[in-house]
Design a protein around this ligand. Structure first.
Ligand code: XMP
Length: 217
């Protein structure tokens, strides 16, 4: 099940601790906080020091293609990128998708964010963009399992990643039970007194919840 859990590493963790954490969590998500803290070389080295199932760069790309292409070229050590879907297709997500396909990289589009200020009135419009771009997957907050279930119904083949487990209130396993593929956890793990034990606890809670919903209870 560890491939269904992602660590949002927004602050550096001790290398030995991270190695232990990776026994319970298969996917790594990195973003601006870690890049600004460690620098690009530091993040590249940290990413390469362990065997992750997938490394995702969460830079929330939202620009014209020409600029986004310069950014993704610098991050050749990751497997996938998250971009905003509201930027549209022509000269933006269209060429970005082609570029990433050629590089063998994945693209995830934000479909529904996890925080309370996000307005899901935009969902139909974003879904239209997602359907046209046909990315590897979408991001739908774990704080809203009903939106996860809706996205799963609307996009049967897309991978769904759900941030918001732990600090933002999502419970381990709820998003997966609603149709997500991967749940993303940040602060609950990296601010824990013992991030290794916390990772183990989150994985155990996720496994229990998922086996419960598979049994229909
Ligand atoms: P916490 O500490 O809240 O970390 O467990 C969550 C991580 O996920 C990012 N995040 C999002 N990324 N769409 C995204 O693409 C979202 O709706 C969303 N909500 C949170 C956040 O930046 C952090 O790295």
């Amino acid at each position: 099940m560890k491939e269904r859990l992602a660590l949002a590493l927004d602050v550096p963790l001790d290398r030995a601790v991270l190695r232990e954490v990776s026994h319970y969590i298969g996917v790594l998500k990195i973003g601006w906080p870690l890049i600004l803290e460690l620098g690009l070389d530091g993040v590249r080295e940290l990413v390469r020091s362990l065997n992750w199932v997938e490394v995702i760069a969460d830079l929330k790309l939202a620009d014209i293609y020409d600029t986004m292409s310069k950014v993704v070229t610098k991050l050749s050590f990751v497997d996938s990128f998250i971009a905003h879907s509201f930027i549209g297709i022509e000269e933006a997500l269209g060429p970005l998708k082609i570029d990433l396909d050629q590089k063998g990289k994945g693209l995830y589009l934000v479909l529904s964010m996890s925080h309370p200020g996000w307005d899901d009135e935009v969902y139909p419009k974003l879904l239209e963009v997602v359907r046209k771009v046909s990315p590897k997957g979408v991001i739908v907050g774990a704080t809203k399992p009903t939106m996860v279930a809706k996205a799963r119904k609307d996009l049967s083949k897309a991978r769904i990643l759900s941030p918001g487990v732990g600090a933002q209130g999502g419970s381990p396993g709820d998003a997966i039970c609603a149709g997500a593929d991967v749940e993303i956890v940040g602060r609950r793990i990296y601010t824990a007194k013992d991030p290794v034990m916390e990772s183990r606890a989150v994985l155990k809670a996720l496994e229990e919840r998922v086996s419960q919903c598979l049994r229909g209870t």
